[in-house]
Design a protein around this ligand. Structure first.
Ligand code: AMP
Ligand code: MG
Length: 687
């Protein structure tokens, strides 16, 4: 935490109401609470935005939280202007001055007229403002910079340092910010009156709400394809700021610019851009939580984690199992043209009951033929998949006709359109066929291919390192002395990761020695995106994984109400998430399936997925105590779920015997043969 609990970044707009559907160039807000990014908020007009800000500030203050609010327009003008206009150099006086004069509704605002009026007063109608977005001329407001003259500096000091920043004298046009100042500062002036706000860098930031001026282009790179640019920018900059330590943040804020104001982050671009996607405290448990039900633990993981890999382009042949980084839309309708679903004879219009005789047209229509034409009153031989020729909209089955002497005879009725498929009846051109975050299946390949999609953007594969810990472990194939055990977890985890579609990276074994383990983790975190360890995750003397993560200050021991499974040690090492799994192979596998799998999905850019279970009759009896959710090694035989004879978490043979898990909920329960229990086949976990 850096002193602010909630970061809210706003991309302002001086445009008119942009309608109910989220659009670009409207007002967007990005909110990051306690390091967790929320979905960007679309605000269709300034009235809605102001109400939303009031509600947000009110509820944050009520919850005792500090808010850093950023707005993407200058808080001050180049030196000299405020004094010339208001008689004082105080920029906040200028805010009030504007608030009293700007008329603003969702449909229109008076910014151009006011700019013209100021020009007449301060610059003989030739400046400092220019650009008129309206049809009608405005006295004193030049449309272009021709004949323009500005009695004040063109840029503020900070703008001179920010490459590409627009001058606030330009009242409109692509990228201009002048209109946003006129429509934004009045809103901020009102918020200042309603709340105890400190405005940076004019006032000391000692209040619960601070306003800063931002310019997202300074630090935010291009938006991914499926994002609206403004939504992306505010989300990203909120994330960058929330990732900052209190120390770094105070360095950024330590600026003197009493009249003109300053752009947040200027001079610190590299640092802001380097903000890791995951915060160091992303696994911290909320205050008071030390024993979490499975669902709560999953909800936390889901909200804390985010995509950590890049994006690349692949062609269909390499897309199987990859995760789509964008929505995918059809480039062609399926079917592309109306065609026949059967072999038969095509004609126009259908026909009523009774006998029919049609002349057989020359030639035939087969799949792949360009559609020809059939004269009125004739039928044509047509084969499954063939595009319907012009003049054909109905097909009669070949089994139902007699063909002789160049005529086709059959009895009706035949409904118009019978045995044909309409163009686009499956998928229309441009329709979304797959969502972002989809793990591409073989059927998806068929769908993409059929609809003309050949190249797609996918998330780069997640690199997952696997490390076993424990002095007792030896490698399969080596000689085990008495007291030693073969490493069973690593081969299992590496294989599971490959089945999940990630890239497994073998990090070997580490002894129960803190320095050795530290060196392994240091080396690993530069080459992988996430680390799975097994063993040493509890709080005992030899539990070095949890001790080290604790030492790094980025660890939480998650006591989850699950059986089997001891505490899960979750932490960050060198900016990479570490899942400290229990050492017992059964617990290690179940914790991987239940927790690490969905978490890695999110890190890899996939949609959150819940393994699908099925209620089936039990083939066993069991009495279960209240408190923990239990997973039993199970398989289906004869339509019933049977479970492995022993529940011991060292029984690897049971893992191998099983084909899925039976999930028993937290409350106490007695299961008798025939009772419904939830069976989750391994296939539901993608394995
Ligand atoms: P720990 O979590 O380190 O206390 O280990 C719990 C139990 O799991 C001990 O009996 C360990 O020997 C065993 N164990 C830990 N890691 C592995 C492994 N990679 N393969 C097989 N057994 C393991
Ligand atoms: Mg151990």
């Amino acid at each position: 935490m850096n002193g602010f609990d909630t970061i809210v970044m706003v991309d302002w707009s001086s445009g008119n109401d942009s309608g109910p559907k989220p659009k670009k160039d409207a007002i967007w807000a990005g909110v990051n609470r306690d390091g967790v990014a929320e979905d960007p908020v679309y605000l269709r007009n300034r009235t809605v935005a102001e109400e939303w800000l009031v509600a947000l500030f009110t509820s944050e203050l009520a919850a005792g939280r500090r808010v850093l609010a950023g707005f993407d327009f200058p808080f001050g003008y180049p030196a000299g202007y405020a004094h010339a206009l208001t008689g004082s150099s105080d920029p906040l006086g200028l805010w009030d001055w504007l608030e009293e004069r700007v008329e603003d509704t969702p449909k229109t605002n008076s910014r151009f007229d006011l700019a013209g009026m100021i020009n007449l007063r301060l610059g003989n109608g030739k400046g400092p403002f220019w650009f008129n977005g309206l049809q009608r001329d405005i006295k004193g407001l030049p449309r272009t910079q021709q004949g323009y003259s500005n009695p004040f500096p063109n840029k503020r000091q900070s703008e001179a340092l920010a490459k590409g920043a627009f001058s606030c004298w330009q009242m409109g046009g692509a990228g201009a910010v002048g209109g946003q100042v006129f429509t934004g500062l009045p809103v901020l002036a009102r918020l200042r009156r309603q709340f105890d706000v400190a405005v940076w860098p004019f006032q000391p930031l000692e209040t619960a709400i601070a306003f800063v001026e931002i310019w997202p282009s300074l630090t935010v790179d291009a938006a991914p394809e499926n994002w609206i640019k403004d939504a992306w920018q505010v989300t990203e900059i909120a994330r960058q700021i929330s990732a900052f330590s209190a120390d770094d943040l105070s360095k950024i804020l330590d600026i003197t610019a009493p009249e003109e104001g300053w752009i947040f982050g200027l001079g610190f671009e590299t640092k802001l851009k380097a903000a890791p996607p995951l915060r160091n405290d992303c696994f911290a448990l909320p205050a008071g939580v030390n024993w979490a039900p499975v669902e709560e633990a999953l909800t936390l993981l889901r909200s804390r984690l985010t995509l950590v890999t890049g994006v690349e382009t692949v062609t269909l042949g390499a897309a199987m199992g990859r995760i789509s980084a964008t929505q995918i839309s059809a480039k062609r309708a399926n079917p592309p043209l109306p065609n026949t679903a059967v072999d038969g004879y095509g004609f126009a219009g259908g026909c009523g009951a009774g006998a029919h005789v049609l002349r057989l047209a020359e030639g035939r229509a087969a799949a792949g033929d360009a559609p020809g034409a059939v004269p009125d009153g004739q039928a044509i031989r047509i084969l499954t998949g063939a595009a319907l020729p012009a003049g054909v909209d109905t097909v009669v089955l070949q089994e139902d006709v007699d063909v002789s002497d160049a005529t086709v005879r059959f009895s009706g009725p035949v409904k118009q359109g019978a045995n044909t498929r309409g163009a686009g009846e499956d998928v229309t051109n441009g329709e979304t066929i797959l969502s972002a975050g989809r793990r591409i299946t073989a059927a998806d390949l068929a769908l993409m291919s059929a609809t003309g999609v050949f190249e797609i953007r996918v998330c780069a594969r997640l690199k997952v390192g696997v490390l076993s810990t424990g002095d007792e472990l030896v490698e399969a194939g080596e000689i085990a002395s008495e007291g030693q055990v073969f490493d069973a977890n690593r081969p299992m985890l590496l294989a599971l990761i490959a089945q999940f579609g990630h890239t497994p990276i073998d990090l070997g074994r580490a002894p129960d020695d803190r320095d050795a383990l530290r060196a392994r983790l240091d080396a690993a975190c530069t080459e992988v995106d996430v680390i799975l360890t097994s063993g040493g995750a509890s709080a005992g003397d030899e539990d070095h994984v949890s001790a080290l993560l604790q030492e790094a200050g980025a660890m939480a021991l998650w006591r989850i109400a699950i059986k089997p499974g001891r505490p899960l040690a979750l932490g960050m090492w060198g900016g990479k998430p570490v899942f400290g799994l229990p050492g017992n192979p059964v617990a290690a596998m179940i914790c991987t399936l239940i927790f690490a799998r969905p978490a890695m999905d999110v890190l890899a850019g996939a949609e959150w997925s819940e393994p699908q279970g099925f209620d089936v009759p039990a083939a066993f009896s069991k009495t279960k105590k209240a408190g923990r959710r239990e997973y039993l090694r199970a398989r289906m035989r004869g339509g019933r779920a049977e479970v492995f004879a022993s529940e011991g978490s060292g029984r690897i043979s049971g893992l191998s015997w099983a084909e899925g898990l039976v999930e028993l909920p937290e409350p106490a329960m007695t299961v008798s043969p025939g009772d419904a229990v939830r069976f989750i086949p391994y296939g539901s976990f993608g394995i």
